[in-house]
Ligand binder design. Structure first.
Ligand code: ADP
Ligand code: MG
Length: 400
């Protein structure tokens, strides 16, 4: 059983170390999507309301184990203060050497400025966890996006201090369990994004559980190639074709509706303003761009077909944009799918960093979906049936 906040007892007057996932996208020092900061607020509010002070830990980007001002958490600490509507103390330097905070809310600098955070050596991670443990008498793990990682602030720290899961982790977990244990039917899973090799594990684990599997994004071209169609210069993972062929067959024998696009939008180049044209999925190289064409979105017929299946489902999980939504000309498929998810009478879940950013940038409010997961990799690993060390260390076990 996952240990929850109540298991820590009365926290009044204590200082609690909280591992959040404040790894937000930044552009020129500005936060472009503060979803993860907002998702951290309920747990911090709960702890502060219980009379505790908090020291917040997080990583940001990949500074590769050395201080780097580009990845400073300072702007994120500022945003957190606005959202909490409280003064937040930010401690520069490195988290392992920082003096314990004095204010109600203290944010330490990026955990990954120290190589021990992500070290492969358990002893080094333990040493770092012990340094971090000086900041409180209890530990709350709430960075859902990192629970699939055996890292010092996720795994070892939960062993050094009395520990429990925060509200965000508990919430994410209950949604993921609804997607894997007796999901309400019909159940559709929509996969897109860039690399098919990132998503095959999920297909493998979910295929026997779903009624429909819809394939879009860059990975659709490996599916089209597996059916024997030419895909021009579209994203293709040649070495994954045999596995994809096997999944196409397995879906058929399981009676799962596996929808691969029937039309796609092909462009002259990978660019926002590239010339483009919609063609049948088996005629990609017959576009005006011939064998140079690059598929950048699902076509309108496919988008309608996907939307129909999604809207009729009672449980839908979606990971991975349907096209290169960052370019408005190729965002239509993603937009249509997002819209269909908002119409689901049941549970609709959006998982994945880019997928969450896509629905927000296309103007859909978070409240129009049943759940938007803050952790892409972690939710995918959960759905692949893997054991997540950051949850196990909090007492969670997967039901057999
Ligand atoms: P998530 O973060 O939601 O798990 P991914 O990281 O797997 O999603 O994929 C997101 C990326 O996939 C986006 O940046 C998008 O531009 C890209 N993508 C979608 N369709 C295509 C395509 N047809 N060709 C190339 N890239 C694509
Ligand atoms: Mg991504």
């Amino acid at each position: 059983m996952l240990r929850t906040l109540d298991s820590l007892g009365d926290l009044a007057g204590t200082r609690v170390v909280v591992r959040c996932d404040l790894n937000v996208p930044l552009k020129d020092g500005e936060i472009t999507d503060d979803g993860r900061v907002r998702a951290s607020v309920p747990t911090l509010d709960r702890l502060l309301g219980a009379g505790a002070s908090v020291t917040v830990l997080s990583h940001l980007g990949r500074p590769d184990g050395a201080p780097n001002p580009r990845y400073s958490l300072e702007p994120v600490a500022k945003r957190l203060g606005e959202l909490l509507d409280r003064e937040v103390e930010f401690v520069p330097g490195t988290a392992g050497e920082a003096e314990p905070g004095s204010g109600a809310v203290t944010v330490l600098e990026n955990l990954r400025f120290d190589p021990r955070e992500t070290s492969k050596d358990a002893g080094e991670r333990r040493e770092y966890a012990e340094a971090l443990a000086r900041h409180g008498s209890a530990f709350v793990s709430d960075g859902f996006g990192v629970v699939h990682r055996k890292q010092a602030s996720v795994y070892e720290l939960a062993q050094v201090l009395p520990s429990a899961a925060g509200l965000l982790i508990a919430d994410e977990l209950s949604v993921l369990e609804r997607l894997t244990e007796r999901p309400e039917k019909p159940y559709a899973v929509v996969l897109g994004g860039s690399k098919v090799s990132d998503k095959l594990g999920v297909i493998d684990h979910l295929l026997p559980r779903v009624d429909a599997l819809l394939i879009g994004g860059g990975m659709l071209f490996t599916f089209l190639a597996a059916k024997g169609f030419a895909v021009g210069r579209s994203l293709l993972e040649q070495d994954q074709i045999p596995r994809v062929q096997e999944y196409l067959q397995r879906a058929e024998s399981l009676g799962v509706t596996l929808l691969v696009p029937t039309d796609v939008v092909v462009a002259a180049a990978f660019a926002a303003d590239a010339d483009h044209e919609t063609v049948a999925a088996d005629a990609i190289e017959s576009s005006a761009f011939g064998a140079d064409g690059i598929g950048l979105d699902i076509g309108p017929d496919t988008a309608e077909a996907f939307a129909g299946v999604i809207a009729r489902s009672r449980t839908v999980f979606w990971n991975g944009p349907m096209g290169v939504f960052e370019f408005p000309a190729f965002a239509s498929g993603t937009k249509r799918v997002a819209e269909a998810l908002t119409e689901v009478d049941g549970l609709s879940v959006v998982g994945g960093g880019d997928s969450a950013a896509a629905v927000r940038s296309l103007g859909f409010g978070d409240d129009r979906f049943g759940h938007i997961s803050t952790g892409g990799g972690a939710s995918l690993e959960f759905l692949e049936g893997k054991d997540l060390p950051g949850l196990q260390v909090l007492g969670w076990e997967r039901d057999a």
